[in-house]
Design a protein around this ligand. Structure first.
Ligand SMILES: *Cc1c(COP(=O)(O)O)cnc(C)c1O
Length: 212
């Protein structure tokens, strides 16, 4: 089944999550015109960036350690997984050193399970000061639903992310056209994510096969 061709025609940007997969797998999609790929480890991403065509848009989707930010600051297209004010500060600094603006999404906790990473909605509303980060462009939000078979629960979590997005946009990014991305939906739940308003899907195993 060719999920790739089906998914790339959806109403959302397809980020093909290529973590653990070899360069040949990426090039197979690249040769069909695809440019957006997602990775969750800095070391692996840096190696792939060096080895592969320079017009690939690399998306960082995993937890980013502050001290590793400098390794990707020069080329990263979008960081989906910004999960602390400390990290925002470092990204801003590294972006400035590289004379560029880095696009980010704010990762927000929406899952019921105790997830380690992500802002709470409340702390963003009360403490986010976008103006402090001159070299960051805030593009929207990202979230991961609970890993469960309960579709209603997944749907509710995605609905919450959309509500959070709308509220944060209204309070902190009013009149900012570029704050317009909602990254949600993986192989197991992308259909629900699309129905609830995802603008970016992050899909790995459905495209590349399962990871060992
Ligand atoms: C691995 C990963 C994905 C893709 O997962 P699949 O289930 O293989 O589609 C999406 N988002 C994040 C944050 C991931 O770490």
């Amino acid at each position: 089944m060719d999920y790739f061709n089906e998914l790339r025609n959806k109403d959302a940007t397809l980020v093909a999550v290529s973590k653990t997969k070899p360069a040949e797998d990426i090039m197979r999609l690249y040769d069909q015109g695809h440019r957006d790929f997602g990775e969750n480890r800095v070391g692996e991403l840096v190696e792939k960036h060096q080895a592969l065509p320079k017009d690939i848009h690399w998306h960082f989707i995993g937890h980013l350690q502050s001290k590793k930010t400098k390794e990707i600051a020069e080329f990263i297209h979008l960081i989906h997984s910004v999960d602390s004010f400390k990290l925002l500060k470092i990204i801003n600094k590294e972006a400035s050193k590289n004379n560029r603006t880095i696009d980010v999404l704010l990762q927000i906790k929406i899952a019921k399970e105790a997830s380690k990473y992500g802002f709470t909605f409340d702390e963003l509303i009360s403490d986010l000061q976008p103006g402090k980060y001159e070299n960051i462009r805030f593009r929207g939000v990202m979230g991961m639903a609970t890993f469960t078979d309960d579709k209603d629960q997944i749907r509710n979590e995605f609905k919450n992310l959309v509500l959070y997005n709308n509220e944060i946009k209204a309070t902190h990014f009013r009149n900012q056209e570029s704050f317009n991305q909602i990254s949600m939906g993986m192989s197991g739940d992308y259909e629900i994510a699309l129905e609830e308003g995802a603008t970016m899907l992050r899909i790995g195993s459905l495209i590349f096969g399962s990871r060992d």
